[in-house]
Design a protein. Structure first.
Lengths: 330, 330
DNA sequence: CTGTTAGCGCATTCAC
DNA sequence: GTGAATGCGCTAACAG
């Protein structure tokens, strides 16, 4: 073990001033002369002293740390958002505690409680599930991607999923698809719900009736996409295009279709959603809807910072535009 | 904003005992009667009180939080390790602060310093680069994946890269490859260096001379792998097998080869390293070396916990076995 | 401009 | 068994 922990007291003694003065120059709170400043600064540098943020946090009630709860950081989408959040937040002097909830509301709650005791000044939920604490949280809560109750002391940032669903479906339509299968996450949560809305909107606009048979609900993930598409084919569902509400689902669909000897895009066209790297690097780089992760994160950080400072947040619900990425699957 | 923050003092008043007693029952430090315990517990439950960990940390010099510094959490390998670390650590009452350094030693250092001021009781580096602080850190440091100075107050956990390189190369050899190209990360750091060692070991064992021409050094990443392999082909290098030291490199190699109209595995066999999901879901699921991430993380956490408690750590350098995953590229 | 004082919320002597 | 007192390291009045 290396250097002893050194405190403000030592610095003040060494510099021949009071701790209050040391505190003032450290925080640049004024009320000290140029000379004493230099004196103090010299001693600080000499000992390579840094203030104990725990003590500071206890005193000021600002721990300068915020919590982020994600279902699973292993998911590239969450990891990319987290990275942006963390970098931006650190730049503003905040450190971030990351928690993996595994989509379990109970665990989410345990984490949330624990974060409170750690004195975090705010928490960001990615795809949060737990609605209980959102309502009267003593600290600001911002949600990304999934809407919960945020009116009281929080905010909600999301991609424009309706527009995304619309763009995806329209792209298929524009490429002569007549019967478009929607393969969606079965859960009743904002993203798939909105993506479906966009899908329906595009169909209606093209004077095509929405056929409930063509909407298939699946669990999340690759295997599930594969399974769903095979079942659809086996049920003699006819379709010439597929819009899958996530890239993993889309990849499963593509591989399932290939195993059934369909050619993509000749026989069937496929489009996904998210633009994660798998969409670019899989056998058949496939078209998808791009989410603007930097923008999402930036908005989340801005709102959070305002909420922390108790500033007015004009827009508690921010929707970030998406865009179509054309590749080889349509 | 919801509930007021309530402290031990209030609990003690409400329960008609002193704060010391409350503290004792909370920490189960004995020296209190069954009755007072119940009384205190009741009040605690009534107010849903939880101790302020900031204050507790300040007092006990144990913040119960540890820092993890990774180059980029977006990298699936790091994310998977982090998830394991975080889950295990939380179970032991620790919370973890995650920092993205972007492989920049300077930023790593800034994070490290900041973590110290936050009172973390240990830091874990994934693929750390900064050697300066490792030597006389006041808190334990454990490295995963990349060896730095850890003798003084730290430890080092890694996969058996030599064995991995050996297994990969041998797999190629066993499948009739005669001239094996090594595409490796050019940096002089443990993982690629060891993987190359394993490669050489396998060749020597098979009585094949190591040909320096067949060792090509590349930057990290997909594009770089593609570029490297095309260059190799253009230089008229002859080879019938490729061992790439990471999966991303391997994917680049595979795609580069395909663009050059080689058939895999018929014309050329390819094997990667890491077993990240891209190796399974790419066009051609390719053979690779699997790293045992749960084991690595478990070892890291165990060692860290011991180091924190100042316990004896018999083995400061732990090597985790790897295994060969056979797929369609060889 | 500067120092003294009083806590932030908690754990830990030390008396009783 | 229990409580009063002290201090972890820091900031924020309040005097001067």
């Amino acid at each position: 073990m290396g250097t002893e922990k050194i405190s403000m007291k030592k610095i003040s003694e060494e510099a021949g001033v009071s701790v209050a003065t040391v505190s003032r120059v450290i925080n640049q709170n004024g009320r000290f002369s140029k000379e004493t400043e230099e004196k103090v600064l010299r001693v600080i540098k000499k000992y390579d002293y840094r203030p104990n943020l725990l003590a500071k946090g206890l005193r000021t009630k600002n721990s300068k740390s915020i919590g982020v709860i994600v279902p699973d950081i292993t998911n590239e989408f969450f990891a990319r958002i987290f990275r942006e959040l963390e970098t931006r937040l650190f730049q503003k002097g905040y450190t971030v505690i990351l928690c993996n909830s595994g989509e379990d509301p109970h665990i989410e709650d345990i984490y949330y409680q624990h974060l409170l005791t750690k004195g975090v000044v705010g928490v960001i939920y990615l795809s949060g599930k737990n609605d209980r604490r959102a309502i009267d949280s003593p600290i600001p809560v911002v949600y990304i991607d999934r809407a919960l109750n945020f009116e009281t002391n929080g905010a909600f940032i999301e991609s424009d999923s309706i527009q995304g669903g619309y763009l995806a479906t329209k792209e298929l339509l524009d490429n002569q698809c007549k019967r478009i299968l929607l393969v969606r996450d079965k859960r009743i949560i904002t993203p798939p719900e909105h993506r479906q809305k966009g899908y329906e909107k595009a169909l209606i606009e093209a004077n095509i009736k929405v056929d409930p048979q063509l909407i298939v609900k699946a669990d999340v993930g690759y295997e599930s996409g594969k399974e769903a598409i095979k079942k659809a084919v086996n049920c003699n569902l006819r379709f010439d295009g597929v819009f899958a509400t996530t890239d993993w689902l889309a990849l499963g669909v593509i591989d399932g279709l290939r195993e059934l000897s369909y050619r993509i895009p000749e026989d069937i066209k496929v489009i996904g959603f998210d633009n994660i790297s798998i969409s670019r690097f899989s056998y058949l780089p496939f078209s998808t809807i791009h989410q603007d992760i930097p923008k999402i994160s930036e908005a989340a950080v801005n709102v959070m910072l305002k909420l922390i400072k108790d500033q007015e947040v004009p827009d508690k619900h921010i929707v970030i535009p998406v865009k179509l990425i054309k590749r080889e699957s349509v």
